[in-house]
Unconditional design. Structure first.
Length: 132
């Protein structure tokens, strides 16, 4: 149940991020979405498929160890724009109101989305975003 509420806050954070980015900071209603729902924010369409907590990435002495715990989000992001668009980096908020910014280093992350993610006209990208 705690993971579900975390994912709900995550999706609400995406909605808030997109709505404030498009309106110049005007206050908007925070909406919540279930995992698998289409989340339309401006010209971008997000779908979150899966989340996982990871104690480390990799094995042995070269394993990547988080400060807290890694949180991996498998998603797709599509564009309905008529030009190439950069997908903004994300910040998620937990049940206590603590914010976590998406990590810029995807070493060892399978299907990492990347930190600067262009999405072309009427296309989508899919992969994993990483938080700690």
């Amino acid at each position: 149940m705690r993971l579900f509420s975390f994912v709900t806050l995550l999706i609400a954070g995406f909605a808030l991020l997109g709505s404030t980015a498009c309106t110049g900071g005007a206050t908007r209603e925070v909406r919540t979405y279930a995992m698998g729902d289409r989340i339309v924010l401006g010209h971008l369409v997000y779908t979150v498929y899966e989340t996982r907590w990871l104690p480390q990435i990799g094995e042995g002495p070269t394993a990547r160890v988080p400060q807290n715990r890694f949180f991996l989000i498998r998603m797709s992001v599509g564009s309905s724009s008529n030009q190439e668009t950069l997908i903004p980096n994300k910040t998620i908020v937990d049940d206590k109101g603590t914010s976590f910014t998406e990590l810029s280093n995807g070493d060892g992350v399978p299907e990492w989305l990347g930190f600067l993610r262009p999405v072309t006209v009427a296309a989508a990208v899919a992969g994993n975003a990483l938080f700690d």
